[in-house]
Ligand binder design. Structure first.
Ligand SMILES: [Mg+2]
Length: 297
């Protein structure tokens, strides 16, 4: 819960008075840390606004809730139409007929909110890495994306299987399952979490691309809907440039808001490296310069 502004003022005034009193005791050899009256330095971080929005704004909660609720209203129509399927022709490698219904959801920033992890990166002026991420997952303290547990329960009530298709490592499935169930998602069965590194016989995955796992799902389910916070949660991106991404999405524009639902996530994603040629070896300054250069005026 946000702290009311007034309650911050008293400790701030006390701290300022204490600092000034200390400054008065300094010897001439000790230079003051900052000019009198100068504001304390607050470290800048490229992800501050996006993380604050995702974590603290009613706008984020409303955006996410409207997405899940709009989708829930379409569940009965999707179930009733045997031709309704949300996989691309590339991923639909088995015929639909007779397959039970499922819904594919991405995990992170789609159903689970990891904004405390992002907040820690800001606090520590750190960048994402596997060690800190895996430790965070093992804490099982991700929050629910607003509206997602209610949607999952609506789907379960209709006998629809939720498939959690995630780039969390497959070895972390137990942590993910415990985290989801503690947040009120319906019980998650053994085959419902398809993590990075799971076996997909007959299909060799390219890095973290989810295509082989979507094809695995296509052999077992009719997929009513897909949910994600990344374009790659829906189809395999051939060209991760802004233009290539837009063109890839355009093919399936009619499915947006009907079979495909995007959960807003401004904090990270493949949209960002698309702005600096996908060269993650660039320094933060070079990445920032490329993003500024991409702005349109
Ligand atoms: Mg995600």
């Amino acid at each position: 819960m946000p702290v009311p502004a007034m309650s911050l003022l008293r400790p701030l005034a006390l701290a300022l008075g204490f600092s000034l009193a200390l400054a008065g005791c300094q010897t001439v050899a000790e230079a003051p840390a900052a000019a009198p009256g100068a504001p304390a330095a607050v470290p800048a971080h490229d992800n501050l606004n996006a993380t604050a929005w995702l974590q603290q704004s009613a706008e984020a909660a409303m955006s996410h809730r409207q997405t899940w609720r709009s989708a829930a209203r379409l569940l009965d129509a999707a179930l009733a139409d045997p031709a309704w399927d949300a996989l691309t022709p590339e991923d639909r490698i088995a015929p639909l007929a007779g397959l039970p219904p499922a819904i594919i959801v991405d995990m992170d920033e789609t159903v689970l909110d990891n904004s405390p992890y992002q907040a820690r990166l800001i606090r520590d002026d750190a960048r994402f890495d596997d060690a800190t991420w895996n430790a965070w997952v093992a804490e099982r303290r991700a929050r629910a994306v607003s509206g997602a547990p209610e949607f999952a329960r609506e789907a379960a009530r209709r006998g629809i299987t939720m498939i959690y298709l995630t780039n969390r490592e497959h070895a972390l499935n137990a942590d993910s399952r415990a985290n989801l169930e503690a947040l009120g998602f319906p019980p998650v069965g053994e085959g419902q979490i398809l993590g990075l590194g799971m076996a997909t016989p007959g299909c060799e995955p390219k890095g973290s691309d989810k295509g082989c796992r979507r094809q695995w799902v296509s052999q077992r389910y009719r997929v009513l809907m897909q949910f994600g916070d990344q374009l790659g949660d829906f189809f395999s991106i051939a060209d991760n440039s802004p233009e290539g991404r837009a063109a890839g999405l355009q093919r399936f524009d009619a499915w947006v808001g009907e079979r495909w639902f995007m959960i807003a996530n401004p904090t990270y994603g493949s949209w960002e490296p698309a702005l600096y040629g996908n060269d993650r070896s660039l320094s933060p300054e070079a990445q920032r310069a490329a993003k500024r250069a991409a702005l349109q005026y």
